[in-house]
Design a protein around this ligand. Structure first.
Ligand code: DX5
Ligand code: ZN
Length: 231
């Protein structure tokens, strides 16, 4: 796998042709399939749940594609749905700490179900949630928009927050991915990478273009250039 992972968000895909859309982005170089779950409670929108994840996993398996599925839960409460997504073939399961009564327990639940565990930080959520949890987390996801909708504008203060999260992760010495979600595009992905992100969710910036492979390649070029400049 690449060091830097591109995670197209299927929220911006054509849901009527979901299997085909995912095959196309994977063939185009996607590393991870970002799967946004909204419950009309924690966030106003309502999207897709475990049955869709399961059918998508079956569809990919039948074609011998084993792309990891990165489930981003925007639901409250969290715990009951974790085993359902694990059974449905999720690889990563991430949740918002504000949506769980017992964050440590939810992280453990995700790992016990055989998945990698992620903690999601809204723009106003402090990184201090991570202080006592670095041994239980496989992925830190910083929202660079408020959760709930695709196509929003990247919030600039995420750049400094990414740098702080990168520092905390490096200090912990743990193997933790640093993912960013919201408003990521070809023209800002270099700056975002330079700030320390290694995993990039992009919905409209990929599915809104004609040629997904070309867009993903352009994103990789920008990341490589930013790292080169960073030395
Ligand atoms: C927003 C979702 C995002 C969304 C990103 O709540 O978590 O994953 O799909 O969409 P873009 O890349 O269009 O900002
Ligand atoms: Zn998301």
């Amino acid at each position: 796998m690449n060091d830097f992972w591109i995670a197209p968000s299927i929220l911006a895909a054509d849901f009527a042709r979901l299997g085909e859309e995912v095959e196309t982005v994977v063939a185009g170089g996607a590393d991870l399939i970002h799967f946004d779950v909204m419950d009309n409670h924690y966030v106003p929108a309502l999207t897709i749940g475990p049955p869709v994840c399961e059918k998508l996993r079956d569809h990919l398996r039948a074609r011998e594609i084993d792309a990891p599925i990165d489930v981003h839960l925007m639901v409250k409460p969290v715990d009951a749905i974790v085993p359902e997504f694990a059974r449905a073939g999720a690889s990563y399961i991430s949740f918002h700490p504000e949506a769980s009564e017992h964050v440590d327990r939810t992280l453990q639940l995700i790992r016990d179900a055989g998945c990698k565990a992620g903690l999601v930080f809204n723009p106003a959520t402090p990184l201090s949630w991570l202080d006592h949890l670095t041994d239980k987390v496989d992925l830190v996801l910083l929202m660079s928009v408020n959760p709930g909708f695709g196509g929003q504008k990247f919030i600039e203060s995420t750049i400094d927050k990414l740098a702080a999260a990168r520092e905390a992760i490096d200090r912990s010495g743990r193997d933790i991915r640093l993912e960013v979600d919201g408003g990521v595009k070809v023209d800002n992905i270099g700056r975002i990478a330079k700030a320390g992100a290694d995993t990039f969710v992009a919905g409209t910036a990929i599915f809104g273009t004609e040629d997904y492979a070309e867009t993903i390649a352009a994103m990789r070029d920008e990341i490589a250039r930013a790292n080169h400049v960073a030395g």
